[in-house]
Design a protein around this ligand. Sequence first.
Ligand code: NAD
Length: 485
Amino acid sequence: MQIMNNIPAVMIIFGGSGDLAHRKIYPALFNLYRQGLIQDNFAVIGTARRPWSHDYLREVVSTAVHEFFGEVNEDDLAAFASHFYYQSHDVTSVDHYKTLKKLASDLDEKYACQGNRIFYLAMAPSFFGTIAEHIADQHLTGTGFNRLIVEKPFGTDLASAQVLNKQIRSSFNEEQVFRIDHYLGKEMVQNILPLRFANPMIKVLWNKDNIKNIQVTLAERLGVEARGGYYDQSGAMRDMVQNHIFQIITLLAMPEPSRLTDQEIHVAKEALLDSLVIPDEAAVARDFVRGQYAGTETTFEYVKEPNVDPDSNTETFVAGHVEFKHGPLAGVPIYFRTGKEMREKKTRIDVVFKGQRSLYGQVADNTLTIEVDPTDQIYFHLNGKTIQGGDLRKEKIYYRFSDEEQAKVPDGYERLIRDVFVNDSTNFTRWNELRQYWKFVDAVEAAWQKQNEAGVKPVKYPPYLLGPAESKQVFQDPGDSWIYK
Ligand code: NAD
């Protein structure tokens, strides 16, 4: 990796008093400061509605760092926090952008930031477009590099994503926009391409002739908690599939890029996504299962959660499959499922290799599992003989980290914010990719809308298992089943 240090920039965080800034962005920036990526020539402006002072923001930043890292060198922390400034700001007020512009250019001069600007949209998505437009009409961009980090969700369907993209593109070109999806910062998600392309044995097997199916599971233990109002407008398809699951699937199915540059990786992803099969109504009815958690004696049923419509058809679980016409896995079903109130928090990928005729009769499929959460590990299931007798047994061989190595795995946000400073867009979503994800999600949502009108509701599932039993209906071959049971 190319080492770059002391990258000059003024960073403006819209939503500087928010949860994301506190839990993720401030600790990530502190670690980048400790590593020297940012040193003397940076300043951060936190903006939000509350009337905070610079000193108060610095206290908040110090608390956030302590909460994340525990004990740290206090001199380092004080020096780091001294680069933070607060600007009370209402995103809809034009005057406030003028004040912000002035503060940014004063700080640029004070810290010799060379006109470089990083804008971070870390607040409610309904404000993203307004902020982007005011950055343009009030000329907030600097004379050096200008980069925009946009949080998820990017739109609520293709049409709204297109509107937002247009607003953003009024002041930034595609290369300057970093649409963040923190799943792309996870260790084992970043390990998918090396696993596929740095292992000749895996590389030769990774194709439609040898892979029967792939299964991606993204399970959450929690229900909607306090987010019922937001979630009821979204559902699992928009909240999880449109971004995290599709990003993982793209890495699993894309062709080998010609080089390991961000440009070439996006070229390979876009080539794959152009061949994404968009399901029609009949395919959605046949191949997808949507569910809602049913509650227990001590927990709410989804439709009784605060701020959720009692007649809601919003899915808290979805299972289905994705298929591509081109690429190494053309025609191979890539199954996915995600849900709330599942047995445990778990993100894993199971790659199922095709069975061959065996001298031993019916043998278990060879499967390769990539576990993303809560542990970073990969394992391969092999069949071998039992010590006594001629029966076969199934054993795992592991790729995993020691506790010491595991402790060094950086948080996804730290990795991704670093990438923005060094201008590496590999792990961010390009517009052409996002557009294809939305086309797929819109098609499923439209088919479900028809089902709602016909009185077909999501199936209820008992909490703390692996979703509704009906989810096995997604398999095209009735002999297949979920590997993670
Ligand atoms: P939050 O509600 O905690 O913070 C919102 C921020 O916006 C606050 O600083 C608030 O003061 C500011 N704000 C609201 N209205 C404003 C206005 N009119 N003018 C100026 N400032 C205003 O939200 P959050 O959890 O920090 O999430 C921010 C973004 O990050 C969202 O897009 C969310 O989807 C995304 N995100 C958050 C997390 C997380 O863990 N919190 C994870 C992934 C993505």
